[in-house]
Design a protein around this ligand. Structure first.
Ligand code: ZN
Length: 423
């Protein structure tokens, strides 16, 4: 009996202890919740969703663990917004750098205006190492009305702490008919998983499909591996003309198979837009705007609106061919009649401004990172000219420049350019 009684007593004690502990836990939880309510966390956190992974292989997709990213701490960004630009990549250097005469080689458009796949990959890594993160150019500016006049200005926006916003644009992703076979790919296509890859038909009849020889699939993969290189899923700005179709498809007015090409390009445009890519006008004809009169400008912009806008959607961004522009009534047509509000030119030094002499549109120069800059202007990429502060410190041009592919050393190319300066 006495054993049973003492057993009952100890069980009762245990129950009482558990109840006290539970009460204590509830009280502590209440205190934490009340405290949280009174002092809400001031930091806005966004967890970026990495793109689903996948390759061209026909194997069943395996459960690849998705890269994990710590939530970003967003802070108001008021610093510089870099904008760099490229053309399509040289996927086949042996087709691009063919001149045996060294001067002809280094003055060719393929040498001066392009970078190769290997160079581009090093550039991407350098940008990432320096804390740059892609942003959609449409998200950096806003319309304001001051004294009844509309102005287009860089806005203050939230951006991950310790990251620097970067706009990357790519001109002439048209794969012009008369430029095929000189080292770029022929067109963009979709693989069996709906990913944008490239197609190239070589002279010997071989067909090459790749996800590793043009900027679009390369950046797509880079962002999959480094989700913190893309803010809100942004990729790059694709700048298109219209006179020879877009993205390798002959969608222009006098194309013999225009209708079928339009149908073929639609799913590619959709796949690009769905994965963070966005479009800008690079004019219809790719002429130097500084030489245009009012009628020519209107005709050029109208053709773009008729033939390209229906395929890619509206855009406010205009990218001058050759970086050529002028102020005045010819330029004004682009804003007043066609609604462009953000204009991009070319200039390796940093420049972004709302221009009173151009109806208060936003104007930005884009640093051209190409053969010319790699050979001659590395110092302008390293530090800001005006401030002397680091710009792209990891972009070591000597390391990026690919002598083997280009067929001439950087030093020798530099000497030829210098000789031309002096002659
Ligand atoms: Zn161009």
């Amino acid at each position: 009996m006495s054993t049973k009684k003492s057993g009952e007593k100890s069980t009762k004690l245990v129950y009482e202890f558990v109840i006290v502990v539970l009460l204590l836990v509830i009280i502590i939880l209440c205190v934490i919740i009340m405290n949280k309510r009174n002092n809400p966390d001031p930091i806005i956190k966004v967890t970026p969703t990495p793109e689903p992974t996948g390759t061209i292989s026909t194997e069943e997709p395996t459960q690849t663990p998705k890269p994990t990213v710590t939530p970003y701490e967003l802070v108001e960004y008021k610093g510089r917004i870099e904008h760099i630009f490229f053309h399509s990549l040289i996927a086949f250097p042996e087709l691009a750098f063919t001149q045996t005469d060294k001067k002809a080689l280094v003055t060719s458009t393929w040498f001066k205006d392009f970078v190769t796949v290997s160079e581009f990959k090093k550039i991407l890594q350098a940008l990432y190492n320096d804390g740059y993160m892609l942003i959609n150019a449409n998200d950096i500016f806003e319309e304001r009305t001051v004294d009844g006049v509309k102005r287009y200005e860089v806005k203050t926006f939230l951006f991950p702490k310790n990251k620097k916003p970067l706009i990357m644009s790519f001109d002439d992703t048209n794969y012009y008919s008369n430029k095929l076979g000189y080292g770029t790919v022929d067109k963009l296509i979709l693989d069996d998983k709906g990913k944008v890859v490239t197609y190239t038909r070589m002279k010997d009849g071989r067909e090459i499909i790749s996800d590793d020889n043009e900027y679009i699939p390369i950046i797509d993969k880079f962002v999959e591996e480094h989700p913190d290189f893309s803010f809100n899923g942004a990729k790059g700005m694709i700048c298109l003309t219209g006179f020879d179709g877009i993205l390798g498809y002959r969608t222009h007015r006098d194309s013999p198979n225009r209708e079928s090409e339009i149908e073929k390009v639609k799913p590619i445009v959709k796949a690009l837009k769905d994965t963070g890519w966005y479009f800008a006008s690079h004019s219809y004809k790719h002429d130097a705007m500084a030489g245009y009169n009012v009628a020519q400008m209107r005709d050029c912009a109208q053709k773009f609106k008729n033939e390209v806008t229906p395929l890619i959607g509206e855009t406010k961004i205009y990218v001058y061919p050759f970086g050529s522009w002028k102020t005045g009534e010819v330029q004004d047509i682009l804003y007043k009649e066609f609604g462009f509000t953000y204009f991009c030119s070319v200039g390796v030094n940093y420049y972004i401004k709302t221009r009173a002499d151009m109806n208060y549109i936003l104007f930005q120069d884009r640093a051209n990172i190409d053969g010319w800059t790699l050979v001659r202007n590395g110092h302008l990429l390293e530090k800001y000219k005006d401030w002397g502060t680091p710009r792209f410190p990891s972009m070591i041009v000597d390391d990026i420049y690919n002598e083997e592919e280009r067929g001439i050393s950087r030093q020798e190319a530099m000497e030829i350019y210098s000789e031309m300066d002096n002659s």
